[in-house]
Design a binder for this molecule. Structure first.
Ligand code: NAP
Length: 234
């Protein structure tokens, strides 16, 4: 597809990987809307990127419906949804509390489903569209403390396969992107430390692959991309 004048909606576009994707698509000529819950950070990013800010929680169904109302009022149409908003809680199985577990699934799984459902209605009517799901290499194998986060990314990967099977007949491309560790606020937000190291991936590398995947002619698509740092040092 040609990104010039395309319209893109990026959840969690105020920080990290989502912000880098928003910046890259905007630099390619797309009109970009970004969502997030923290109004201050969202507004600041939107001003810097000349993007449309929509303060919304993907886990809140009323917020999701309002997101599309605001988007269509401003842009009139949508070509690309990037389901990027995500959070992590990392604990041993025996220490996991139900509310932390459910909060991870609410954003990473239910939120992605609600956002994709509303986009898919529009894409089916137009007989075209793109859904990019930002999963993780955590969706490819398990690890200690990964009960909620890793399982949520396995679930996102599973939903991606279902949506792809359902939506291809409407010319809708559904992509899965699996970054390995990226330098962002994600770990700090989860209460973990992350060593800053120039050998690790940045949001820009993920954004580069999202752009490349989208720019392939609409007759084709790559179903799944994993992105690794070449020689990461901790
Ligand atoms: N960093 C990594 O190593 C890594 C690796 C693989 C995959 N990923 C995935 O990449 C995605 C982006 O993460 P990141 O590393 O860029 O983290 P980040 O810098 O913490 O950004 C997360 C973004 O999501 C937003 N967000 C979180 N919960 C939300 C909700 N319920 N509704 C709307 N927005 C919400 C945040 O804004 P608010 O808090 O203001 O809502 C923020 O804009 C996530 O899905 C993550 O799982 C990250």
């Amino acid at each position: 597809m040609n990104l010039r004048n395309a319209t893109a909606l990026i959840t969690g576009g105020s920080s990290g990987i989502g912000r880098a994707i928003a910046q890259t698509l905007a630099s390619s000529g797309a009109r970009v809307a970004i969502t997030g819950r923290d109004r201050g950070r969202l507004t600041e990013t939107a001003l810097a990127l000349k993007a449309l800010p929509i303060v919304a929680d993907v886990a809140n169904e009323a917020d999701v419906e309002r997101t599309y109302q605001e988007l269509f009022k401003a842009f009139g149409e949508l070509d690309i949804l990037v389901n990027n908003a995500g959070v992590g809680v990392f604990k041993n199985l025996v220490e996991f509390d139900r509310s932390s577990f459910e909060s991870v699934f609410a954003t990473n799984v239910t939120g992605a489903m609600l956002m994709a459902r509303e986009a898919a209605k529009h894409f089916i009517a137009r007989q075209r569209g793109n859904i990019v799901n930002i999963a993780s290499t955590a969706g490819l194998r398990g690890a200690p403390n990964g009960t909620a986060y890793y399982a949520s990314k396995f679930a996102l990967r599973g939903m991606t396969e279902c949506w792809r099977a359902e939506l291809r007949r409407y010319n809708i491309r559904v992509f899965l992107i699996n970054p390995s560790e990226v330098l962002t606020n994600f770990f700090a937000t989860a209460g973990l430390s992350q060593k800053e190291n120039p050998t690790k991936l940045r949001g820009e590398e993920i954004a580069y692959m999202v752009k490349a995947a989208l720019e392939m002619d609409d007759r084709g698509f790559t179903p799944e991309l994993s992105i690794f740092a070449t020689n990461p040092k901790d």
